[in-house]
Ligand binder design. Structure first.
Ligand code: KIV
Ligand code: ZN
Length: 524
């Protein structure tokens, strides 16, 4: 039966709703926090990718979360914007308020239903949980007709009680019912059994969308999600690169490509523009500083690389011998020489458009200036180089501290020496410092220009393309009073890239210092 959904209208039986929670479940995992500007950039990209629902955050969690949900609700057109809320009145009012400007909005309310969570986490009796579910969904319906209810730890919930909770939520007006495998414990057959049971036993089940939200603690999140679809689920919750609590969530790119590649066994459609997958994955890596592992399905750098002679030979004769999907279908392109130092601004803007970027004049000027610097120093400028530098400009926008210049002397004979210039709140500052190597000297110079007590807890460098003249992409993690931030930088020179990453991390720390944290740290 075709469901009439408040946000999507009549839904075809074979339509899968893609619910992305990169900005909520993904963002709340350690080291993955994003500032407002980064969340907005990511939200634009997710809208371009074609997700149907975007969970923008958890408005009650902190003033910063509220502001980002509000900003996304104000600016992003297309997807339904969702905000998470526990079952309390305050949570739901806050979510309703943050989502108010959205074209289409969803309140996503949740409460634990497993014996373990009810007894130890909620300290609530089952009957009280049931009442709270009904009250929260009814309250949420005052703000929007599109209400999702989730049974936290649903896969470890006693079946009869789960049926009663789902029935209560449907009667109270929920239009989507999500059964999360919160701790990543379920096997595919458990998922099949649970959704089949709910669809068969719960009155009103044929009028709502069932949704799966699987965590990856046993590496089964995507397999469980596919099992859920085959058991009648029509919404899947997922994240880019599979980021999320602990071992992460089901990865969007893997689900979408499994549906597309195995259409014979999973005959469903969705609205994701698969050719934008790689760019979305890379943008997330640039913003968070976490690259996916080389063998990551779909978006890892080895996902379409063939090393063994026998495989290379097969692929040259017919790519289908070892490739079950084309690299182009998910956005991989052959690295191409794009432009040289004589290319003009108009050609550069055109190139950016071709790569999917629409940048304002200021960003274009900054990116063009850095492109010229690279083109002067590097023989071959690839698409990947341009993507790295534009993403780098994006994360750098609105910063109080700006990198200006760096000169370093280093080698095996004398201690390294760095002369650095930074702009702090518009004022130029400079310092000279020595250190154990070029990076240490540079970081010491930064500490002289902008004194601070943060500890450096992680430093990593990867090459954007191949060859010794490749751009370096650096991640720096700083810690101050228990607050952790990651900064990123990209440059042809590894030391300059490191300085940019350090400065980026400092800027994030300044934003974090201003944030007043709520008395209770909230996470879901
Ligand atoms: O994993 C989980 O249970 C969740 C819910 C809040 C949906 O993230
Ligand atoms: Zn989750």
């Amino acid at each position: 039966m075709a469901i009439n959904h408040p946000s999507f209208g009549k839904l075809d039986d074979n339509q899968i709703i893609i619910f992305d929670t990169t900005l909520r479940d993904g963002e709340q995992s350690p080291g993955f926090s994003m500032n407002l500007h980064e969340k907005l950039r990511m939200a634009e990209m997710l809208a371009e990718l074609g997700v149907d629902v975007m969970e923008a955050g958890f408005p009650i969690a902190s003033p910063g979360d509220f502001e980002s949900v509000r900003a996304i609700a104000e600016t992003i057109k297309g997807p339904v914007i969702a905000g998470l809320a526990r079952s309390s009145r305050e949570d739901i009012l806050r979510a309703g308020e943050a989502l108010r400007p959205a074209e289409r909005r969803r309140i996503h309310s949740f409460l634990s239903t497993s014996p373990l969570h009810m007894k130890y986490k909620l300290r609530m009796e089952p009957e009280a949980v049931l009442e709270a579910i009904v009250a929260s969904v009814e309250l949420a319906r005052n703000f929007t007709d599109d209400v999702e209810w989730s049974a936290e730890d649903g896969t470890r919930t006693e079946p009869d009680f789960l049926c009663r909770c789902v029935e209560g939520a449907i009667r109270a007006g929920a239009t989507t019912i999500n059964i999360p495998d919160t701790v990543g414990y379920a096997l595919p057959e458990d998922i099949t059994r649970i959704f089949t049971m709910l669809r068969e036993r719960v009155p009103g089940a044929d009028g709502v969308i069932f949704s799966a939200h699987n965590h990856n603690d046993l590496g089964l999140a995507v397999a469980n999600t596919i099992a859920a679809i085959r058991a009648g689920v029509r919404q899947v919750e997922c994240t880019i690169n599979g980021i999320g609590e602990r071992a992460g969530n089901a990865s969007l790119e893997e689900i979408v490509m499994a549906i597309r590649t195995r259409h014979d066994a999973v005959p469903f459609r969705n609205n994701v523009k698969t050719t934008s997958i790689l760019r979305t994955s890379k943008l997330l890596s640039t913003i968070t500083g976490f690259d996916v592992q080389p063998n990551k399905a779909i978006v890892g750098r080895n996902a379409f690389a063939h090393e063994a002679g026998i495989h290379q030979d097969g692929v040259l004769k017919n790519a289908a011998t070892y490739e079950i999907m084309t690299p182009e279908s998910v956005g991989w392109t052959k690295s191409s020489l794009v432009m040289g130092k004589h290319s003009g601004r108009a050609a550069f803007r055109d190139k950016l458009r071709g790569l999917g970027y629409t940048v304002g004049d200021n960003q274009l000027n900054d990116a063009f200036r850095r492109f010229k610097e690279i083109a002067d120093r590097k023989k071959v400028v690839y698409d990947e180089d341009i993507v790295a530098l534009v993403d780098d400009e994006v994360v750098r926008d609105h910063e109080r501290i700006r990198f200006v210049s760096l000169e370093v002397q280093a080698g095996s004979k004398t201690p390294a020496n760095a002369v650095l210039e930074l702009e702090v709140d518009g004022e130029l500052g400079s310092a000279e410092a020595t250190g154990d190597g070029a990076v240490d000297a540079t970081f010491n110079a930064i500490r002289e220009v902008f004194p601070h007590d943060a500890n450096l807890v992680l430093f990593s460098v990867v090459a954007v393309t191949e060859g010794t003249d490749a751009q370096a992409r650096t991640t720096v993690r700083l810690e101050e009073n228990g607050k952790m931030v990651d900064g990123q930088g990209a440059d042809l020179d590894t030391i300059v890239s490191s300085a940019r990453a350090y400065v980026h991390a400092l800027n994030k720390l300044l934003v974090k210092r201003q944030r007043t944290e709520p008395p209770e740290v909230v996470s879901a």
